[in-house]
Structure formats: structure tokens, C-alpha cells
Ligand binder design. Structure first.
Ligand code: IDP
Ligand code: MG
Length: 153
């Protein structure tokens, strides 16, 4: 089982799409093991988007992530990192495939509804960045035998 991080961005909160986003992950069969609302500081965003800090549009991205608080969500499932990333779609909402969150809900590169971890290594780092240990919950979902065959996990 893998764990991964989703941030529901201000673009989703402003457009009342939080439930829509959460519902997609729930219906897929991903287990919510952490969920909280938080305001992102300049320092946290500089770390989280370190690969973009030197870009001319970094301040715009940072400001956009601070328009409202965000929801940080930890999800668990077999191959969860790749599954969640695929469900998000490519960065530019205009190019993202229909059926994906960005493809269905976003017209923008920047205002693209969700952040999702892009590799198992980064998922572990990002979960530590956004959650304290006691904010991640381990519990056995009763529907497990209906989500997976027992040789799948
Ligand atoms: P990702 O979210 O698909 O992993 P990254 O390249 O890691 O994409 O970029 C992080 C976020 O920064 C994007 O989701 C988007 O909100 C914003 N961003 C990335 N590239 C651009 C750009 O060229 N213009 C405006 N915003 C961008
Ligand atoms: Mg990224």
C-alpha cells in the first residue's frame, strides 16, 4: 500500500469544488487517512515548490496558493501515487484529458484545482511536510475485500 498527498487548492475552494474532488477519490476506492485545512506560509511554499522558485511567475503561484487556506489530504491505496496522479491529469487544465480532475474542472495551468505527489519518494517527503505523525490515521476499511483481490496488496 502506498500513501500520497493531495492539496485541494484555493481554485477549488473558491469554486466550491472541494466535495467534487474528495468524492472522486473516495469513489475510486482510495482511503482517506488524513485531512485538514491549513494556511500555507511563504516558507512552506518555497520548499514545496522549490523547483519553481526561480521562475518569473513564482510569486503569482505563491499568491494563488494563499488566496484561501487549502485542504491537505493523505490518501492510501495500492499504487496510490500513480493512481492519484493520473486522476489529476497533466498540469495544464486545458490539455488535461477529459475524465481527469484538471481535464474536467480546470481551464488553467496555474489554477488547476489540485496538487498531487509525483513519485513515491516525493509523496513520503510531502506527507511529512504537511502532516504531523499523529494526523495520519491507520484503520482497516470494511470494504477492503470489495476493493481488492487478496493477492493485490
Ligand atoms: P504539477 O502540479 O502538475 O506537478 P508542477 O510543474 O510541479 O506541476 O508545478 C506546480 C504548480 O505550479 C502547478 O500545478 C501550477 O499550479 C503551477 N505552475 C506550473 N507551471 C506553471 C506555469 O508555467 N505558469 C503558471 N503556473 C504554473
Ligand atoms: Mg509537481
Amino acid at each position: 500500500m502506498q500513501k500520497t498527498l493531495v492539496l485541494i487548492k484555493p481554485s477549488a475552494i473558491q469554486r466550491s469544488l472541494v466535495g467534487e474532488v474528495v468524492s472522486r477519490f473516495e469513489k475510486k476506492g482510495l482511503q482517506i487517512i488524513g485531512f485538514k485545512m491549513m494556511t500555507l506560509s511563504d516558507d512552506l511554499l518555497k520548499t514545496h515548490y522549490a523547483h519553481l522558485v526561480e521562475k518569473p511567475f513564482f510569486k503569482r503561484i505563491k499568491d494563488s496558493m494563499q488566496v484561501t487556506p487549502v485542504f491537505a489530504m493523505a490518501l492510501k491505496g495500492v499504487d496510490a501515487v500513480e493512481v492519484v496522479r493520473k486522476m489529476s491529469g497533466t498540469t495544464n487544465g486545458r490539455n488535461a484529458a477529459p475524465g481527469t480532475i484538471r481535464g474536467d474542472l480546470s481551464m488553467s495551468v496555474q489554477e488547476n484545482i489540485v496538487h498531487t505527489s509525483d513519485s513515491p519518494e516525493n509523496a513520503a517527503i510531502e506527507l511529512d511536510r504537511f502532516f504531523n505523525k499523529d494526523e495520519i490515521f491507520e484503520y482497516e476499511p470494511l470494504i477492503f475485500p470489495h476493493l481488492y483481490a487478496n493477492d493485490e496488496f
